[in-house]
Design a protein around this ligand. Structure first.
Ligand code: FES
Length: 107
């Protein structure tokens, strides 16, 4: 779902860009947060909790709960709800980036 005509935002969401989530390409609009771009592409699961392996996604949408952290352009623990999506941004679910995730033995 995307708001196309907005009396205040006007033309701020017209520039289409591409981002990549775990190797797949998706469309977004310049000015969207990563979380908004994911939700607009019907992606609601941003990863898992580490201890209980429960699904994590958008919760507070204002940077308070840390439920939406993901790996973005190689940086771990980035809040998707507070980060603007950029063209060719590389995003991974919080438990899927092979460069970041490994067990204590390095596997
Ligand atoms: S959804 Fe709560 S910090 Fe992002």
């Amino acid at each position: 779902m995307q708001i196309i005509n907005h009396p205040v935002l006007e033309d701020t969401v017209n520039d289409e860009i591409t981002f990549h989530l775990d190797g797949k390409s998706f469309k977004a609009y310049k000015g969207q947060t990563v979380a908004a771009a994911l939700m607009a592409n019907d992606i609601k699961k941003f990863g898992h909790s580490r201890k209980l392996q429960k699904s994590r996604g958008l919760y507070c949408a204002n940077g308070r709960c840390c439920n939406c952290f993901m790996t973005i352009d190689g940086l771990d623990h980035v809040l998707a709800c507070m980060t603007l999506v950029e063209d060719n941004m590389r995003i991974s679910l919080n438990n899927s980036d092979p460069d970041i995730r490994s067990d204590r033995d390095g596997n």
